[in-house]
Design a protein around this ligand. Structure first.
Ligand SMILES: [Zn+2]
Length: 434
C-alpha cells in the first residue's frame, strides 16, 4: 500500500510504499494500479511501537479475572464482598488478580478460607510472582497438605495442574493495535515450547496480529528470600554457553545487586537484559554501564503506583525508583515497556509517565528522572532483539507502521493513544481510527 504525505520524526514529508517491508520512501510516489492509498495529510508516520515486556496469557486471563487490589478493592470487607459475589469461571475457579498487602495483609490459605466461598479460589499478588490458593483450590491442584497456600507463579508443579482457560487473545491484540503496537516481547519466565508454539500459531492465524518475541527460556525471576549468587551465575554462564542471552527480573535493590554480581562472575552477553530495575541504587550505575546490559523498565508504574511508593518507601530512596534519565545519562542502554497486564497496556501512558512522572494524586516522583518526549517515544521503537536500536521509516525496514493524526511536534506534545490514526503490520491496516 501507499501512504501519502506522512511526516517522519525528522520533519521530512514523504510518501511511503509498504508491504512486508518498506519498499520505497520519497516525494510524490505514483500509486500502482490497484494499490491501496492512505492519505495521512501531514500526520506523523513512525515505526510501529514494540512493547518490550508484556505477559500475553496473563493479559488474556485478566479480561476474565476479578480485580482484588487498589483502586477497585481497598480493604478486607471489600475483598470479602468481591469474592462472595464473584462467579466462578467454566473451570470452577474464582481467579482474582492485582492483590496488594495493603488490602488485608499478607494472605495465606487460612485467611482466604475465612474470607472466600468454599469453591477453588486463587488470588494473584500484584507483583505477578505469587499466587495464594484457598483450601479448595489447593485440593484441586493436588496440594491439599500445603502449609500456607502461597505458591510461586513460575513453579510449574502446581500451575501445570490447572486447565488453561481459553486464551481469548483477539481482544488483547485489537486493543494493542489501537495503540499503534505492532510487536510485543512476552517476558513470562515459565513458557514452555508448547506455549510458544500455541502463541505463534495464534499469530500465524491472524487472531493476534502483533509480531511476537519471547524471552523464555532465558528469563529468570528472583526471590529475595533465596538469592543464590553462585547458582545464578552458573545458570547465566550455561545460557550463554548455549548462545542465548538472559533476562533477569530485578524488582528490589537486593535482586539487582545479586544480578550484577552474577553477571560480573559469568560474563555478560551483548543482549543480556535486566527487567524492571524498579529500585536502582546510584552505585549500581557504573556496574550496569560496564556490563553493557540493557535495562527494560516501566515508568508507567510511577503514574499507576506512585502514591503508594510515596507513602510506603522512605523518602531517601524515592530517587532510586523506576529510574530512566540517570540510566541514560550514565550510558546504560534503556528501553521502555508496560508489563501488561500488571501495568496498563497503553504505551502512550507509559511515555507520558516517563516524561512527567506524575502520580494519580498529582505528585511528582523522581523529577530528575524525567526524559524528553521524543526520547520516550523512541524507547518504544526498538527491534525486538535489540530494544535500544531504533527502527526507522526507510526502505528495507519492516512494514510495520504507526500513523498519527498530528504532525510530530503536536504529537510529541500530547503523546496520546487517541492520536493513532491507523496501525499497519506487514503492509496491512490492522487498525483504523473511527
Ligand atoms: Zn513482567
Amino acid at each position: 500500500m501507499l501512504i501519502r504525505r506522512g511526516t517522519r520524526l525528522d520533519g521530512a514529508v514523504l510518501d511511503v510504499r509498504v508491504g512486508a517491508q518498506i519498499s520505497q520512501v520519497g516525494k510524490d510516489l505514483t500509486p500502482l494500479p490497484g494499490e491501496e492509498v492512505y492519505d495521512l495529510a501531514g500526520g506523523t508516520v513512525i515505526p510501529g511501537l514494540h512493547d518490550h515486556h508484556v505477559h500475553l496469557r496473563s493479559a488474556a486471563a485478566a479480561e476474565t479475572s476479578l480485580p482484588v487490589g487498589p483502586p477497585q478493592v481497598r480493604d478486607r470487607d471489600a475483598l470479602a464482598g468481591a469474592l462472595a459475589t464473584a462467579q466462578p469461571g467454566d473451570d470452577g475457579w474464582i481467579r482474582a488478580i492485582g492483590y496488594h498487602d495493603s488490602v488485608a495483609g499478607p494472605l495465606d490459605r487460612t485467611t482466604l478460607d475465612a474470607l472466600a466461598p468454599a469453591v477453588p479460589v486463587r488470588i494473584q499478588h500484584r507483583s505477578g510472582v505469587l499466587w495464594i490458593l484457598n483450601s479448595a483450590g489447593l485440593a484441586r491442584v493436588g496440594l491439599a497438605d500445603h502449609p500456607d497456600g502461597r505458591l510461586r507463579s513460575a513453579d510449574s508443579d502446581w500451575s501445570g495442574a490447572l486447565e488453561r482457560r481459553d486464551l481469548g487473545l483477539a481482544d488483547v491484540g485489537r486493543r494493542l493495535s489501537s495503540y499503534g503496537v505492532t510487536g510485543i516481547t512476552d517476558a513470562t519466565p515459565d513458557l514452555d515450547v508448547g506455549d510458544i508454539v500455541q502463541l505463534t500459531e495464534l499469530h500465524r492465524h491472524g487472531e493476534l496480529r502483533q509480531r511476537l518475541h519471547f524471552l523464555s527460556p532465558g528469563k529468570r525471576i528472583l526471590h529475595d528470600d533465596n538469592l543464590d549468587l553462585d547458582e545464578l551465575a552458573h545458570w547465566i554462564a550455561e545460557r550463554h554457553r548455549c548462545g542465548g542471552p538472559v533476562a533477569i527480573h530485578c524488582v528490589t535493590a537486593a535482586q539487582l545487586l545479586v544480578t550484577i554480581a552474577a553477571l560480573q562472575q559469568a560474563g555478560a552477553h551483548p543482549r543480556d537484559r535486566i527487567e524492571h530495575a524498579a529500585d536502582t541504587p546510584s552505585d549500581c550505575l557504573d556496574d550496569l554501564v560496564d556490563l553493557g546490559v540493557t535495562v527494560v523498565t516501566q515508568p508507567n508504574f510511577v503514574a499507576e503506583r506512585g502514591d503508594q511508593y510515596l507513602a510506603e518507601i522512605p523518602a531517601g530512596e524515592h530517587h532510586q525508583l523506576w529510574r530512566v534519565a540517570s540510566l541514560l545519562l550514565a550510558g546504560v542502554p534503556v528501553a521502555l515497556s508496560t508489563d501488561m497486564p500488571f501495568g496498563h497496556a497503553d504505551p502512550w501512558a507509559a511515555m507520558r509517565a516517563a516524561v512527567h512522572r506524575i502520580t494519580a494524586s498529582g505528585a511528582v516522583l523522581g523529577a530528575d528522572e524525567c526524559i524528553p518526549e521524543r526520547r520516550a517515544l523512541m524507547m518504544f521503537l526498538g527491534w525486538p532483539e535489540h530494544p535500544t536500536r531504533v527502527r526507522t521509516v526507510e526502505p528495507g525496514q519492516p512494514g510495520d507502521l504507526c500513523l498519527l493524526t498530528a504532525p510530530p511536534e503536536a504529537a510529541l506534545a500530547e503523546l496520546d493513544a487517541d492520536l493513532v490514526a491507523a496501525t499497519i503490520i506487514g503492509g496491512e491496516i490492522v487498525y483504523a481510527a473511527g
